[in-house]
Design a protein around this ligand. Structure first.
Ligand code: HEC
Length: 159
Protein backbone atom coordinates (compact mmCIF):
# COMPACT_ATOMS: atom_id res chain seq x y z
CA UNK A 1 0.00 0.00 0.00
CA UNK A 2 1.28 3.50 -0.82
CA UNK A 3 2.11 5.73 2.11
CA UNK A 4 -0.54 8.31 1.18
CA UNK A 5 -3.18 5.61 0.93
CA UNK A 6 -2.05 4.23 4.26
CA UNK A 7 -2.32 7.71 5.75
CA UNK A 8 -5.86 8.16 4.39
CA UNK A 9 -6.91 4.78 5.76
CA UNK A 10 -5.51 5.65 9.19
CA UNK A 11 -7.29 9.02 9.17
CA UNK A 12 -10.54 7.33 8.21
CA UNK A 13 -10.26 4.77 11.00
CA UNK A 14 -9.42 7.47 13.54
CA UNK A 15 -12.45 9.54 12.53
CA UNK A 16 -14.73 6.48 12.70
CA UNK A 17 -13.46 5.64 16.18
CA UNK A 18 -13.85 9.22 17.37
CA UNK A 19 -17.42 9.36 16.06
CA UNK A 20 -18.41 6.10 17.71
CA UNK A 21 -16.78 7.06 21.02
CA UNK A 22 -18.59 10.40 20.84
CA UNK A 23 -21.91 8.73 19.99
CA UNK A 24 -21.64 6.32 22.94
CA UNK A 25 -20.35 8.98 25.32
CA UNK A 26 -23.60 10.76 24.61
CA UNK A 27 -25.71 7.79 25.54
CA UNK A 28 -27.01 7.57 29.11
CA UNK A 29 -25.81 4.94 31.58
CA UNK A 30 -28.16 2.24 32.89
CA UNK A 31 -29.63 4.69 35.35
CA UNK A 32 -33.31 5.68 35.48
CA UNK A 33 -32.69 9.41 35.95
CA UNK A 34 -30.05 9.64 33.21
CA UNK A 35 -32.28 7.70 30.87
CA UNK A 36 -35.32 9.91 31.60
CA UNK A 37 -33.20 13.00 30.96
CA UNK A 38 -32.02 11.51 27.68
CA UNK A 39 -35.43 10.48 26.34
CA UNK A 40 -37.16 13.70 27.34
CA UNK A 41 -34.46 16.38 26.86
CA UNK A 42 -31.42 15.28 24.87
CA UNK A 43 -33.25 13.15 22.33
CA UNK A 44 -37.01 13.59 22.88
CA UNK A 45 -38.56 10.23 22.11
CA UNK A 46 -41.71 11.74 20.62
CA UNK A 47 -39.54 12.72 17.64
CA UNK A 48 -38.35 9.12 17.10
CA UNK A 49 -39.90 6.56 14.76
CA UNK A 50 -42.42 3.78 15.07
CA UNK A 51 -41.67 0.25 13.90
CA UNK A 52 -43.05 -0.01 10.36
CA UNK A 53 -45.44 -2.74 11.53
CA UNK A 54 -46.54 -0.93 14.72
CA UNK A 55 -47.44 2.68 14.00
CA UNK A 56 -49.17 5.12 16.34
CA UNK A 57 -51.77 4.14 18.93
CA UNK A 58 -52.37 0.38 19.13
CA UNK A 59 -54.46 -1.90 21.32
CA UNK A 60 -52.43 -3.80 23.93
CA UNK A 61 -52.57 -6.59 26.46
CA UNK A 62 -52.06 -6.91 30.19
CA UNK A 63 -50.06 -5.93 32.14
CA UNK A 64 -49.44 -2.79 30.10
CA UNK A 65 -52.97 -1.54 29.60
CA UNK A 66 -55.52 -1.30 26.81
CA UNK A 67 -53.78 1.20 24.49
CA UNK A 68 -50.21 2.17 23.74
CA UNK A 69 -47.69 3.78 21.41
CA UNK A 70 -44.16 2.41 21.05
CA UNK A 71 -41.47 4.83 19.92
CA UNK A 72 -38.06 3.49 18.85
CA UNK A 73 -34.77 5.25 18.23
CA UNK A 74 -32.48 4.89 15.19
CA UNK A 75 -30.40 2.11 16.77
CA UNK A 76 -33.59 0.05 16.99
CA UNK A 77 -35.22 0.83 13.63
CA UNK A 78 -31.92 0.40 11.81
CA UNK A 79 -31.59 -3.13 13.17
CA UNK A 80 -32.73 -5.50 10.45
CA UNK A 81 -32.56 -8.62 12.59
CA UNK A 82 -32.22 -9.55 16.24
CA UNK A 83 -30.29 -8.84 18.36
CA UNK A 84 -30.79 -5.11 17.88
CA UNK A 85 -27.82 -2.73 18.04
CA UNK A 86 -26.46 -1.55 21.36
CA UNK A 87 -27.95 1.86 22.18
CA UNK A 88 -31.40 0.77 20.97
CA UNK A 89 -34.26 2.19 23.05
CA UNK A 90 -37.99 1.44 22.93
CA UNK A 91 -40.26 3.84 24.82
CA UNK A 92 -43.81 2.64 25.35
CA UNK A 93 -46.55 5.07 26.37
CA UNK A 94 -49.30 3.16 28.15
CA UNK A 95 -52.81 4.60 28.02
CA UNK A 96 -56.03 3.77 29.79
CA UNK A 97 -59.36 3.24 28.06
CA UNK A 98 -59.92 6.99 28.62
CA UNK A 99 -56.79 7.75 26.51
CA UNK A 100 -55.02 9.19 29.55
CA UNK A 101 -51.32 8.42 29.82
CA UNK A 102 -50.85 6.05 32.78
CA UNK A 103 -47.22 4.90 32.60
CA UNK A 104 -44.11 4.91 30.43
CA UNK A 105 -42.17 1.67 30.12
CA UNK A 106 -38.73 1.60 28.55
CA UNK A 107 -36.23 -0.98 27.31
CA UNK A 108 -32.67 0.17 26.68
CA UNK A 109 -29.95 -2.09 25.23
CA UNK A 110 -26.71 -1.53 27.14
CA UNK A 111 -23.58 -3.54 26.33
CA UNK A 112 -22.62 -5.82 29.23
CA UNK A 113 -25.55 -4.77 31.43
CA UNK A 114 -27.33 -8.14 31.60
CA UNK A 115 -25.81 -10.58 29.10
CA UNK A 116 -28.03 -13.43 30.33
CA UNK A 117 -31.16 -11.61 29.20
CA UNK A 118 -30.37 -9.63 26.09
CA UNK A 119 -28.49 -6.80 27.87
CA UNK A 120 -31.72 -4.86 28.36
CA UNK A 121 -32.12 -2.23 31.07
CA UNK A 122 -35.82 -1.93 32.01
CA UNK A 123 -37.70 0.96 33.58
CA UNK A 124 -41.31 1.69 34.45
CA UNK A 125 -41.92 5.42 34.95
CA UNK A 126 -44.94 7.38 36.03
CA UNK A 127 -45.99 9.95 33.40
CA UNK A 128 -44.04 12.53 35.46
CA UNK A 129 -40.83 10.51 35.20
CA UNK A 130 -40.63 8.85 38.59
CA UNK A 131 -39.04 5.40 38.23
CA UNK A 132 -41.29 2.85 39.94
CA UNK A 133 -39.31 -0.21 38.83
CA UNK A 134 -35.98 -0.41 37.12
CA UNK A 135 -32.98 -2.58 36.38
CA UNK A 136 -33.62 -6.24 35.69
CA UNK A 137 -37.09 -6.78 37.19
CA UNK A 138 -38.04 -10.45 37.05
CA UNK A 139 -41.50 -9.61 35.69
CA UNK A 140 -40.24 -7.60 32.69
CA UNK A 141 -37.43 -10.04 31.89
CA UNK A 142 -39.57 -13.15 32.39
CA UNK A 143 -42.53 -12.13 30.28
CA UNK A 144 -40.51 -10.53 27.46
CA UNK A 145 -38.12 -13.48 27.69
CA UNK A 146 -40.77 -15.65 26.08
CA UNK A 147 -39.56 -13.97 22.87
CA UNK A 148 -35.82 -14.04 23.57
CA UNK A 149 -35.29 -15.08 19.94
CA UNK A 150 -36.90 -11.82 18.85
CA UNK A 151 -34.51 -10.01 21.25
CA UNK A 152 -37.24 -9.67 23.94
CA UNK A 153 -39.26 -7.38 21.65
CA UNK A 154 -42.95 -8.16 21.42
CA UNK A 155 -44.59 -5.60 19.15
CA UNK A 156 -42.28 -5.99 16.17
CA UNK A 157 -41.37 -9.17 14.33
CA UNK A 158 -37.97 -9.19 12.63
CA UNK A 159 -38.06 -11.04 9.31
C1 HEC B 1 -46.94 -10.45 31.60
C2 HEC B 1 -46.16 -10.00 30.49
C3 HEC B 1 -45.39 -8.67 30.52
C4 HEC B 1 -44.70 -8.11 31.56
C5 HEC B 1 -44.58 -8.58 32.98
C6 HEC B 1 -44.08 -6.91 31.01
N1 HEC B 1 -44.39 -6.75 29.69
FE1 HEC B 1 -43.72 -5.27 28.45
N2 HEC B 1 -44.89 -6.00 26.95
C7 HEC B 1 -45.74 -7.10 27.07
C8 HEC B 1 -46.54 -7.21 25.85
C9 HEC B 1 -47.60 -8.27 25.58
C10 HEC B 1 -46.12 -6.17 25.00
C11 HEC B 1 -46.68 -5.86 23.61
C12 HEC B 1 -47.54 -4.62 23.65
C13 HEC B 1 -48.79 -4.76 24.46
O1 HEC B 1 -49.57 -5.70 24.24
O2 HEC B 1 -49.02 -3.91 25.33
C14 HEC B 1 -45.06 -5.44 25.72
C15 HEC B 1 -44.37 -4.38 25.20
C16 HEC B 1 -43.39 -3.66 25.88
C17 HEC B 1 -42.56 -2.62 25.32
C18 HEC B 1 -42.52 -2.22 23.87
C19 HEC B 1 -41.37 -2.95 23.17
C20 HEC B 1 -41.69 -4.39 22.86
O3 HEC B 1 -41.23 -5.30 23.57
O4 HEC B 1 -42.38 -4.61 21.91
C21 HEC B 1 -41.78 -2.14 26.33
C22 HEC B 1 -40.75 -1.03 26.21
C23 HEC B 1 -42.11 -2.89 27.52
N3 HEC B 1 -43.08 -3.82 27.22
C24 HEC B 1 -41.50 -2.67 28.74
C25 HEC B 1 -41.77 -3.44 29.88
C26 HEC B 1 -41.20 -3.18 31.20
C27 HEC B 1 -40.22 -2.06 31.52
C28 HEC B 1 -41.70 -4.12 32.05
C29 HEC B 1 -41.46 -4.30 33.52
C30 HEC B 1 -41.70 -3.16 34.37
C31 HEC B 1 -42.59 -4.98 31.24
N4 HEC B 1 -42.60 -4.53 29.96
C32 HEC B 1 -43.29 -6.06 31.75
C33 HEC B 1 -45.81 -7.96 28.11
C34 HEC B 1 -45.21 -7.79 29.34
Amino acid sequence: MKRTTMFKVCCFITVCMAVSVWAFANMPGPDPEDLWQYITQKSPYTKWSFWPDHQGMQPGRAPHGPLHKVYVNDHAVNSAKPPVQYGAIAVKENYGEDKQLKAITVMYKVKGYNPDAGDWFWVKYTPAGKAEKFGKPGGCVGCHGTRAKNDFILVHEFE
